[in-house]
Design a protein around this ligand. Structure first.
Ligand SMILES: Nc1ncnc2c1ncn2[C@@H]1O[C@H](COP(=O)(O)OP(=O)(O)OP(=O)(O)O)[C@@H](O)[C@H]1O
Ligand SMILES: [Mg+2]
Length: 249
């Protein structure tokens, strides 16, 4: 799925968080968005998925040539956009199984009955090495940080979207869990080659497992640099200071 962001300006709670952003995401490719804390990465992800808190004051979001700037979150999910949250919400009252089945059936023409869905869920949970007991627990309630992240990937693997933004999916994962999660992401990408993947991250480590075609650096609500995987290594070694200085010149 091709997604284009044109001259996008966004406000949240009266504060301008994105300032004239231009980006292009091509079908089947992998992108990374990096940048210091508070630079607007999660705001961008939320805006792409139409979180109503984020108000577009200028610019457009174009999906496969169609302007989707004004479409609702639900419509965007049906078009195939998926966001895995930096801070996944706890949803008391909805078991993981029921929540995921509802999400699946909401997005697919061909609905799955509880039996069929359970088969799919069990298969995916086994691949993610998630204990069976999670199925009956309320979504994310009492889950550890890493368990919540794994659950986000479980959702990704079940929904198989066309455009996935994974906001700090690597934060809070231990080394083994990071590997399991990245293997799963790569497997999903292999199954569904047209899926566009965007990773928001602070670390080069995840980019060693999932290779980005392009890295964007966001700072103070603006894209200040684009590059290849070497850029992530430079950031790991030297931080953002030089890149920011270069941009200020
Ligand atoms: N819902 C909100 N209400 C108020 N301020 C917000 C909201 N969302 C974002 N902001 C502000 O917008 C700025 C960008 O925040 P954002 O979460 O997009 O940064 P980020 O790049 O994802 O940072 P991090 O790396 O820490 O996750 C911050 O100054 C933040 O306080
Ligand atoms: Mg963030």
């Amino acid at each position: 799925m091709d997604l284009e962001i044109k001259n996008l300006c966004v406000e949240v709670e009266g504060k301008e968080v994105l300032k004239n952003i231009n980006m292009k995401f091509e079908k089947g490719k992998t992108y990374a968005i990096m940048g210091p804390n508070g630079s607007g990465k999660s705001s961008l992800a939320n805006t792409i998925c139409a979180n109503p808190k984020y108000k577009i004051t200028k610019g457009k979001i174009i999906l496969n040539g169609k302007d989707i700037t004004k479409t609702t979150p639900d419509k965007r999910a049906r078009l195939g956009l998926f966001l895995s949250f930096q801070y996944p919400e706890e949803i008391p009252g909805a078991s993981l199984t029921n929540f995921l089945r509802m999400a699946y059936n909401n997005l697919h023409e061909e609905k799955l009955n509880p039996m069929k869905f359970l088969k799919l869920l069990k298969e995916k949970m086994a691949e993610l090495k998630m204990a069976d007991t999670f199925r009956r627990r309320y979504l994310n309630q009492g889950f550890s940080g890493g368990e919540k992240k794994r659950c986000e990937i479980l959702q990704l693997s079940i929904l198989e979207p066309k455009f996935a933004i994974l906001d700090e999916i690597d934060s809070g994962l231990d080394v083994d869990a990071l590997k399991i999660v990245c293997d799963m992401i790569n497997k999903i990408r292999n199954n569904k080659k047209e899926m566009t993947t965007t990773l928001i991250t602070h670390y080069n480590k995840i980019l060693q497992y999932i290779h980005p075609d392009k890295i964007y650096i966001l700072y103070n609500g603006k894209i200040i640099k684009e590059g290849q995987k070497e850029l992530a290594i430079e950031i790991e070694n030297n931080g953002f200071e030089n890149i920011i200085k270069e941009n200020d010149k």
